[in-house]
Design a protein around this ligand. Structure first.
Ligand SMILES: NC(=O)c1ccc[n+]([C@@H]2O[C@H](COP(=O)([O-])OP(=O)(O)OC[C@H]3O[C@@H](n4cnc5c(N)ncnc54)[C@H](OP(=O)(O)O)[C@@H]3O)[C@@H](O)[C@H]2O)c1
Length: 264
């Protein structure tokens, strides 16, 4: 039987890249997102190219009922090998200026959905004493960014949750990874949340391709190793924030300057 992976946010960007790379490795897939047309096109391509099976699962993770359906699907997927909680979005701006609905949406998609899907997937993984979970957080989850309050807060929640789960689940031979990418070329920068941000002025050395991010994630996936920060430049940012006593202030100063300079 082929291994099976469920990927949320598989209709574009990092999630779609996980789908393409895992399909090439011979995984069957359950691909989840709101844009059914994108998922169906991906299914056709991958099934034709790799002779695997792809199930399209259309769901809006802002909706309780859709998360519940997905939990049920996971409980029924006894052969699930990998769960990737990747769906996400951002809305830049001061905490007080961003509509409350957007803040609560990030709480729902980044944290509540991740918690519920991990909880639904783990019993079968524990029973089989194998499996992997990848929670796609962000560099903002370990280096809080100005104008990204709920994004940073929810992504930090994913980091803490995953680190604790990783230490518990390694005893069942289950890997729990929290991936913290920095700037990665995807469509997230075309979404409404980034409307005020001109990405062209972000220096090229700060960017990674989604292929490099996903390859590093999969290469470093093993029980007990939670935090993965892909790319040397992102690790430099993380270390200087964590180990430099004035790192936190520098991050906020540079972050604010960067945000204001890059506003369209
Ligand atoms: N790109 C970066 O620089 C970067 C850096 C750090 C972390 N990340 C994280 O990486 C993850 C993937 O982002 P990306 O960069 O690949 O962006 P992307 O291309 O915009 O992909 C986001 C994915 O999330 C899905 N999604 C968003 N809201 C959803 C909802 N309510 N219900 C279901 N699916 C939803 C989207 O699908 P539909 O619109 O079809 O629903 C899409 O497939 C996110 O969690 C993001 O925070 C990205």
């Amino acid at each position: 039987m082929r291994p099976l992976a469920l990927i949320t946010g598989a209709s574009s960007g990092i999630g779609e890249t996980y789908a393409r790379i895992l399909a090439r490795q011979g995984y069957d897939l359950i691909v989840v997102a709101r844009r059914a047309d994108r998922l169906t096109a991906l299914k056709t391509q991958l099934e034709t190219k790799y002779a695997i099976q792809v199930e399209v699962f259309t769901a809006d993770l802002l909706q309780d009922a859709d998360i519940a359906k997905l939990e049920q699907r996971l409980r029924n997927a006894q052969n699930l090998t990998m769960l990737i909680n990747n769906a996400g979005f951002d809305q830049l701006g001061d905490f007080a200026d961003v509509p409350l609905e957007k803040h609560l949406g990030m709480l729902k998609v980044h944290l509540e959905a991740t918690i519920r899907l991990c909880h639904a997937a783990l019993p079968a993984m524990r029973q089989h004493r194998q499996g992997s979970i990848i929670n796609v957080s962000s560099l903002a989850g370990v280096v809080p960014l100005p104008k990204n309050s709920l994004y940073s807060a929810t992504k930090a929640g994913m980091v803490v949750l995953s680190e604790i789960m990783a230490s518990e689940e390694k005893h069942y031979n289950i890997a729990v990874q929290v991936l913290c990418p920095g700037y990665t070329y995807t469509e997230i920068f075309d979404t409404v949340g980034f409307a005020s941000f001109d990405v062209k002025v972000v220096p090229r050395f700060l960017w990674m391709s989604s292929e490099d991010v996903v390859n590093e994630s999969l290469a470093r996936l093993r029980p007990g190793q939670a935090l993965v920060i892909p790319g040397w430049m992102n690790r430099v940012v993380y270390w200087s924030h964590k180990y430099n006593p004035i790192g936190k202030y520098l991050t906020f100063m540079v972050g604010n300057w960067f945000y204001n300079r890059n506003r369209k």
